[in-house]
Write a protein that binds this ligand. Structure first.
Ligand code: PLP
Length: 365
């Protein structure tokens, strides 16, 4: 059977950068091989640059983006502690669920889907929570929230509350500045703007947050202290085995990050912006209505309303079979009334924007 070859313009995964794909085919190294440990160290250093952080504890966790969310709550929240979560889409909802499973008393601040996080409402939810969580780029709605403003407001109020940012759909696509924004913990996923297959969760945690950590978290696999003994080494300098590192995936992330940094972070952000703007302008020209609030739209993930009388699934099906293009359905209650179109990483290009617009024009005729 012929291999299917798709143009992945949904909410993720996106097509990896060619450098990331070819790294997967390199001869496999052992996870304690000095040559692999050099690649791992460089990967962590490259991640620091992309996150905008000097955090020593910056590493790729084994697993998809959700593992980053899980690791954050497992290592930072004690039973009964108050946690505030800004919910403006599916992934804010997921944060509430995960936080509650680790025993947090969750104060959720619900927003209308399609709107950004309201900093004042989040602050008003609790006077001194242990942690505030928010999603930087809500993939379910295509909305960007102002994490810098949230960080500044939290710092101005008290020094003890930790700020957790979900950057699964923002890292490597739009500006992320962990240290400047006062973010204590953040996680991402490789399959979106970073341009790698799904399988790793880049993660970073500040010294301040590390000082608050749960010493013996109720999860063995995601115990950041034990993982750190392998990734960064023990006090005596050695690397101790925790679990077998997914070496091929880390080599692939290493290559993609090299590509991103060679291009330059600013240039990568500009490329995402230009592609997203072209797509959003083109969709409006087609007579379609954008879903996310104006002024808060993500360039890398566009949400657009399905026109009345059009069968969402049929259009997506035709795009896939006739044009080899995958776009996403909406999320939650917008499953059949919104489409999600991603231009992330290697796909954040004008030609991809024009391609999906041309295909949509044909299918909607
Ligand atoms: N957070 C956001 C904003 C996401 O978009 C996703 C996945 O789409 C996740 C978390 C969960 O990541 P994963 O599906 O890789 O576990």
């Amino acid at each position: 059977m012929a291999m299917a070859d798709r143009i992945l313009l949904g909410p993720g995964p996106s097509n990896p950068y060619p450098e990331a794909t070819s790294a997967l085919a390199a001869p496999l190294l052992g996870h304690l091989d000095p040559e692999f440990l050099r690649i791992l160290d460089q990967t962590c250093e490259r991640l620091r640059q992309v996150w905008g952080t000097a955090n020593r504890r910056t590493l790729p966790l084994s697993g998809t983006g959700s593992i980053g969310m899980e690791a954050a709550f497992a290592n930072l929240v004690r039973p009964g502690q108050p946690v505030v979560v800004a919910v403006n889409g599916l992934f804010g909802e997921r944060m509430c669920d995960v936080a509650a499973r680790y025993g947090a008393t969750v104060h959720r601040v619900d927003h209308e889907w399609g709107q950004p996080v309201d900093v004042d409402r989040v602050l008003a939810a609790h006077p001194a929570p242990a942690l505030v969580g928010a999603v930087h780029a809500e993939t379910s709605t295509g909305v960007r929230s102002d994490i810098a403003a949230l960080g500044a407001a939290l710092r101005a109020r008290d020094e003890d509350t930790l700020l957790l940012a979900d950057c699964v759909t923002s890292l490597g696509g739009i500006e992320v500045a962990v240290d400047d924004w006062g973010v204590d913990v953040a996680y991402s996923g490789t399959q979106k703007c970073l341009g790698v297959a799904p399988g790793l969760a880049p993660f970073t945690i500040s010294e301040r947050a590390w000082a608050h950590r749960v010493e013996h978290p109720p999860t063995w696999y995601l115990d950041l202290g034990m993982i750190g003994d392998y990734v960064s080494g023990t006090a005596s300098g050695g690397r101790t085995y925790h679990h077998t590192a997914p070496v091929a995936m880390i080599a692939s992330l290493h290559a993609a990050l090299g590509r991103v940094l060679d291009e330059g972070l600013d240039a990568v952000v500009r490329r995402h912006h230009a592609a997203g703007q072209r797509l959003q302008d083109g969709l409006v020209d087609l007579g379609l209505e954008l879903f996310a609030a104006d002024g808060h739209r993500l360039p890398e993930l566009t949400t657009v309303r399905v026109p009345d009388g059009v069968d969402s699934a049929q259009v997506r099906g035709r795009l896939l079979t006739e044009y080899g293009i995958e776009i996403g359905a909406g999320a939650g209650k917008y499953a059949s009334t919104v489409w999600r179109i991603g231009l992330m990483g290697h796909n954040a290009r004008l030609d991809r924007a024009e391609l999906v617009l041309a295909a949509l024009r044909q299918v909607l005729r």
